[in-house]
Ligand binder design. Sequence first.
Ligand SMILES: *Cc1c(COP(=O)(O)O)cnc(C)c1O
Length: 397
Amino acid sequence: MRKSLGRHYLQIPGPTNTPLPILAAIAKPTIDHRGPDFAVLGLDVLTRIRSVFRTKAPVVIYPTSGTGAWEAALVNTLSPGERVLMFETGWFSTLWSRMTQALGLEAEIIAGDWRSGVKAELIGQRLRADPDRAIKAVAVVHNETSTGVASDIGAVRRAIDGAGHPALLLVDTISSLGSIEYRHDEWGVDVTVGGSQKGLMLPPGLGFNAVSDRALAASRTARLPRSFLRWDEMLAANATGYFPYTPSTNLLQGLKVALDLLDEEGIENVFARHRRAALATRRAVARWGFETQCRDEREHSSSLTAVRLPEGHSADALRREILARSNLSLGNGLGPLADRVFRIGHLGDFNDTSVLGALASIEMGLRTRGIPHGKGGVDAAIEVLAGNAMPVAEAAE
Ligand SMILES: *Cc1c(COP(=O)(O)O)cnc(C)c1O
């Protein structure tokens, strides 16, 4: 079979599918990043990106992947040897804690089970047992992309405040920004870390830091070495719409259109579309008779679903089969979940057809691999999608 038959279906939880209007904007000629046209673009995206984070604070945009923005959050606010309290939600929280150690900080990790979210009460408990204020920051992942678990960030802020502790709150919203409700200001987050290639529907290559006043104040005395990722030079240049070094000009052209698309749909509608696809997906998984990696009904992510295959069956072999047969990419299991779990992305630019196509291809893969499963998963998803259909006019667009 010709591998390129039909189009490729990218249903991984990032990078996500980039809509054609965004691709067209990226394909436009690169402009002079020191010229007058650039300042118009720069001011536009730097101003409007704030609403996606629900903040009035500045948002720094780096030409990096999300990992670079993780590093920026740490090196701008902390000094060598300082302690960061982190919660182990899964693979991404683990990578962030490894980076924290590698940068010469001390990562103190509250162990988790990779099936549930941040336990805010444990953070509060630990902070109350820190009378000397040795902990300088609390760092958590909002939407843990390895497990499909979303945590309550407002509860983490209340736990920090309840303990009367001055630690900064650093949050990774890389796979939830523009897909799951997120409120930087209201939740009292000090640095929010984002990336371009998930809910913002762009290719990889932009990293974001939303920076609170307290974080900015901390950056004036922080002593970790930093140069490329410095906030101060960035914010100074951003004031007039420019960057201290060459930005990802074309991705910023794409970002402008991504913000237009989010505005056009309405951010609340964007969140609702993700919730609905997630529910349809979970109903299919339940009908197949499989467990989701997320164990708590209140913590299911709306941007992806991590599915546990029954013991003795290889999730990677299933994904390989589905890629070969259906030209559909699914996310792999990460770290200890390798080969046990596969992840369905319902994130960014998708519609009911994307969701149903993915579920039908998975169901076919289960059948051809001989993995025992309950029949009617796609039907169960249709029940959800048909019962709460988009208005016809919108669906027809
Ligand atoms: C994708 C992702 C990252 C990693 O970002 P990169 O762009 O690959 O550097 C970090 N955290 C979470 C929660 C993610 O989903």
